[in-house]
Design a protein around this ligand. Structure first.
Ligand code: CAO
Length: 303
């Protein structure tokens, strides 16, 4: 109706010839002369596998975005993109500082390899994220200023009791940040279960308002797509966010000065410098890192 399209002229590619959103978009593209081949997402192709830490000799698959040719086109900013405009414009008002470090996740890679089939036998996919999330929550217990917000005019700090950890998700609709509620009360497996649920709903564009609101701290695992460092942008009214790079096999020295093959991941934290100083972020990162470099340490603090 918005574009005066006669549905009888559109070929539906859905079940029983149903017309999908993609069909309408393709129809519009053809009308404006810019013919786009169907994108892999529109065809529901599985995404290319991201690099795995173990596969050192396997070349990294390069994803091919749809090719844009023909005439210039203008499209309105709406939906998730509009939310991104609002959130990021508000975020720009926060004086950010960025702190980066590298984490040796060799032990964590081994541990996940061991636990992955166990989780799978319970119907759950176990990625690295549940460990990153739980370690962050254990750190937040000791650094509550990072799980806080400031009120309008920056007069008061509100320390949040719940660790509702947001996860940046790349979905067909765009970037969305659902959060895992009360991570401080959850086991690693429970976090994985909740992440599986959120990922499934995110992929289907069916996340609820509850899922995407009330976040108190965010992690962005851009490393599952690629990259080493990123400068993450705080999601207001939160005050801190971490971006995780790809886990890579790299040479490092052990305590005896011998070179070994380490699994290394970089992390970049952005924080609101009005209420958080660099030393606090550094101490938090040291603690978070210690849990991931020695996953057994987590056991001591798990409830
Ligand atoms: N380095 C290397 N491998 C990684 C990795 C990393 N940092 N993170 C995940 N992987 C691996 C996983 O372990 C998994 O491997 P297996 O198949 O062996 O289990 C594989 O990559 C796929 O993981 P996944 O993406 O399905 O799951 P996840 O829990 O790691 O991540 C999600 C989920 C939703 C965070 C991710 O899919 C995503 O959307 N990432 C992009 C986030 C983003 O766009 N951030 C930028 C925000 S600012 O615009």
């Amino acid at each position: 109706m918005e574009n005066n399209i006669k549905l009888s002229e559109v070929v539906g590619s859905g079940k029983d010839g149903r017309i999908l959103k993609e069909d309408i978009l393709n129809f519009l593209e053809k009308q404006t002369g810019a013919i786009l081949p169907p994108s892999p997402k529109a065809e529901m192709m599985p995404p290319p596998s991201p690099p795995k830490p173990k596969d050192k000799t396997v070349p990294i698959p390069i994803s091919r975005p749809p090719v844009f040719t023909g005439k210039d086109k203008t499209e309105p900013i709406k939906g998730f993109q509009k939310t991104m405009v609002k959130t990021m414009t508000a975020a720009l008002k926060i004086p950010h500082f960025v702190y980066c470090d590298e984490v040796d996740v060799t032990e964590l890679v081994k541990l996940r390899e061991e636990l992955k089939p166990v989780a799978l036998s319970r119907g759950i996919k176990l990625s690295f994220l549940p460990f990153f999330v739980k370690a962050a929550s254990l750190g937040l217990l000791q650094f509550p200023i990072l799980n806080a917000s400031v009120d309008e005019g920056c007069q008061n700090i509100i320390y949040k009791a719940s660790h509702n950890i947001g996860i940046a998700m790349d979905t067909q609709q765009g970037l969305i940040v659902p959060n895992v509620k009360n991570v401080q009360l959850c086991s690693v497996f429970e976090i994985a279960t909740e992440l599986n649920r959120l990922q499934k709903l995110g992929a289907a564009g069916q996340l609820s308002t509850t899922d995407v609101t009330g976040g108190t701290f965010t992690l962005s695992n851009i490393g599952s797509v690629g990259g080493t460092y990123a400068k993450p942008v705080i999601v207001p009214p939160e005050v801190a966010i971490g971006a995780l790079g790809s886990i890579r096999a790299l040479p490092r020295f052990n305590q005896k000065g011998e070179v070994y093959q380490a699994q290394v991941m970089n992390v970049s934290w952005s924080a609101d410098h009005r209420i958080i100083d660099g030393a606090t972020m550094s101490r938090f990162c040291n603690l978070w890192k210690s849990y991931l470099e020695n996953p057994a340490f987590m056991l001591l603090d798990l409830k």
